[in-house]
Design a protein around this ligand. Structure first.
Ligand code: SF4
Ligand code: FES
Length: 148
């Protein structure tokens, strides 16, 4: 996990969870640009704009939290990208199959291994359904190479 931080916002990046649909790159190219190092420019936009963009990340690879003393109010940063988001007790999990692509899981879910041990828990994740991911069970974008 990597962190990109200023006085108002911390963006957390879990590369192994990214399914590479590029939503962050298209939503806020001033901040998210894979051709730049570091690829997250935490000062490239207002924190609220970054929060909104991270909330759109379907895989949970991008998350955010507020450092102590942040000028952002907690109510302004309570979307699905918030790192310490607590799920509602009666949350419904939705599973959206993308044609020729992954399964978008939205809601508290857990991955268990064949022995029943929980190996991963998150509020959202993107799972491979094509069998080509090098990071199963997560989608790593490999299905895009197989498009007709
Ligand atoms: S899964 Fe998230 S981090 Fe990966 S490209 Fe999409 S929006 Fe960006
Ligand atoms: S569905 Fe994306 S790599 Fe399999």
């Amino acid at each position: 996990m990597k962190e990109y931080e200023n006085e108002d916002l911390i963006v957390h990046w879990y590369p192994e969870l990214c399914s590479h649909p590029g939503i962050c790159l298209r939503t806020l190219p001033e901040v998210f640009d894979v051709h730049r190092r570091p690829w997250v420019n935490i000062n490239g936009a207002e924190p609220i704009e970054i929060i909104k963009a991270v909330d759109l990340c379907p895989s949970g690879a991008l998350r955010y939290s507020l450092p102590e003393g942040s000028r952002i109010r907690s109510e302004e940063a309570c979307g699905p990208g918030r790192l310490d988001l607590q799920p509602p007790s009666a949350a419904v999990i939705t599973i959206k199959p993308i044609p020729n692509g992954p399964l978008i899981i939205d809601g508290p879910a857990a991955i268990i291994d064949t022995s029943g041990n929980t190996t991963f828990e998150a509020q959202k994740m993107v799972l491979c359904s094509c069998g080509c991911s090098c990071n199963k069970p997560f989608c790593d974008g490999s299905h895009m190479k197989n498009k007709p």
